[in-house]
Design a protein around this ligand. Sequence first.
Ligand code: NAP
Length: 427
Amino acid sequence: MQNKIHTAQSAFQHWKTISFQDRALLLKRLKTVLDERRMHYAVLMTQEMGKPITQSLAEIDKCGWLCEYYAEHGESFLQNQYTQTEAQLSFVTYEPLGVLLGVMPWNFPFWQVFRFAVPAIMAGNTVLVKHASNVPKSAVGIESLFLESGFPLGVYQNLPISSDKVAEFIAHPFVKAVSLTGSEHAGSSVAMQAGKYLKKTLLELGGSNAFIVCEDADLEKAVAVAVNARMQNSGQSCIAAKRFLVHETIFDTFVDKYKLAVSQLRSGDPMDPETQIGSLARVDLAEDLEKQLQESVAMGAQIVLGGRRKEAFFEPTILTNVTPEMPVFKEETFGPVAALVSFKTLDEAISLSNQSDFGLGVSIFTANISQIKTRIHEFNEGAVFINDLVKSDPRLPFGGIKKSGYGRELSKEGILEFVNCKTVVIH
Ligand code: NAP
């Protein structure tokens, strides 16, 4: 496996000299191959981790969009920035770092890898990707996609290693930085190793987003979005809404409408295009969720819908009577469990929303845009979405604060994470 580091390093020596135009051309070809074989790759994901097929197809399409986005904008993001000083000339130039290591999770097996690798490669770096152990075919599939699209050998390599081998790769002098998307535990362990060797890290970790529904919100819209915000990817998403904070005057109506909408979700064979909820990726994940649910129920939470598990399948579940001390409120729930809490004032809602170790994002549903705009700075989050669910978009930076990690992916900020921002002064 260590040979791969040498391959990546020698590929870097060449790749960094390739023009932006030629890199962009390859990214466009990558999108074409993705488009041509979208069903093949979507099926791969669905078979490996159970994501409903329509969601797998949407994930492939989003990866194509990302390739197109950086093909079009990567060069302009990395143009020299000139600043007037007393020197004859002073500017900043952006240079690639070298070989990067990506450690990636299984929940969006293509998207997570693409949003790390595509901007990094566009900037002139080469990458090694240690993908999650339960999606080996997706991992191999992505590597062959890059090769088929014409990227030189060594620009993108799959690293089929177990997590206990990651430290050895971080330690290698050719590896310049690490990007990890995954759990708090994995993030902390990788950051500790990287810290030992003074290497940069970017961490995209867990989340427990609040979804606030104010008294004046468009209730029909809030309910419809709340279903998707929690149940998409069978609830296995870092940016899913997990804690629903609803104004007390509309709480009961919200519960009734939400219960009806969630109960209409179709579960079943993930290969069936009608299926909206599949099984979780592994039985142990469903068991962990069950434990969080049972402990919360023992502390007084009330199940108004679902609550049962059959092997890896977990029924879409709604809980009320939730308090901040319960696991479903204070821990990340990585499955289709929605915890509902009522609030009296916006101050209380903001305080509940911030009462979390995580800080990835928050959704607020309200008709009073001018009021909420004055309160945005009070949310301790990487993203605030008004009247929409929190979602990633190539055009906007994505990332968290607190235990949700640090650094940003996507947009201009994302491509600047893994470059040497070199200051040049000429007298
Ligand atoms: P995970 O167990 O942390 O695994 C993520 C990756 O890290 C896998 O490749 C895993 O390898 C590796 N890994 C695990 N422990 C490690 C260690 N001690 N040292 C080095 N590498 C290690 O997370 P997961 O269960 O796959 O994913 C779910 C988590 O990811 C959730 O917390 C979710 O919120 C978070 N997530 C965050 C974002 C975001 O953008 N913020 C996006 C998606 C997911 P193995 O598979 O071989 O163990």
